[in-house]
Write a protein that binds this ligand. Sequence first.
Ligand code: SAM
Length: 325
Amino acid sequence: MARSTTSSNPTPRQGAHLQVLPGGRSNAATARKLAPAPAPSAGPFVKWVGGKTRLLEQLDPLLPREIARYVEPFVGGGAMFFHLHGKGALQHAALTDANLDVITAYQVIAGEVDLLIDALRLHERRYLRQDHDGRAAYFYQVRERHPVDIEMDAIERAARMLFLNRTCFNGLWRENKSGRFNTPHGRYARPQIVQAEKLRAAAGALDGVHIELRDFRRLPELVREQDLDFVYLDPPYHPISATSAFNAYAGGGFSARDQRELGEVCRELDRMGVRFMLSNSDCPLIREIYRGFEVDVVKAPRAVNCRGDRRGDVDEVVVRNTRRY
Ligand SMILES: C[S@@+](CC[C@H](N)C(=O)[O-])C[C@H]1O[C@@H](n2cnc3c(N)ncnc32)[C@H](O)[C@@H]1O
């Protein structure tokens, strides 16, 4: 399943427009001096629970100053990857996750973004022309056509995933134990189903990136093979209470035992001299697993299972092996 993408997907740029200024003057002279409007910057193209966009400001100062060969083994929406890519520092990146739908979406965007946009346009046409009941029926029809049961090529699978992600309740990608997406239909008046510019910008950022379905337990081999020098790990968080848990990104969930095995992987990275940074909830188990490493606390807005009486920020830990930084 491993593959490196090599496609090149130029992002369209807009030039400065000429307009007639008050008094009949054209702004031609001024226009020559204006820089072209920047191309839309690449960012996450899926809504993903635990996405790090809103935490980047707090996480950025904790990153090593130089990162050349980057890997993100729980990539999800990829907020950190797109952030680092935007800073222009990366020479190489590897993005992996255990969720086949999200990895397929990355691979298709990297390699065949225009075909994906066409497939999404078709979903958009069929969906938006209906009333609410018709939209719900179409959503459930797409949801029930599951790639586990029927043959589906990568483009169709990626389009299905993005369509469901944009039209489901709260953009929540949740799977049951047998790996079936089971979030109900959402209620958006005009959901952004295609987002062609955003997808093309992501395709540009993903050009040449190694994208692979991979369990975190096989991370050290990848780090060795590709000589990677910094790892950002953002696993499903350990629940801080019985009601705060969301770790159903992929069929199997993520148990306390998985957290301990991940701790062992981080210790191995440290022995290999590789710098890492990990996010998780601030709770006794996580503090125990990472004892001996540097731990900082950041404040995260509560996102899932938020009840009216439980709003406000929650503490999260950021664990780093700073002696290797
Ligand atoms: C907290 S989310 C990552 C969010 C991401 N940082 C973002 O900004 O959107 C956790 C990710 O871990 C993935 N995952 C769950 N179990 C895994 C495993 N055993 N190995 C690798 N990835 C796994 C999930 O599919 C999910 O995408």
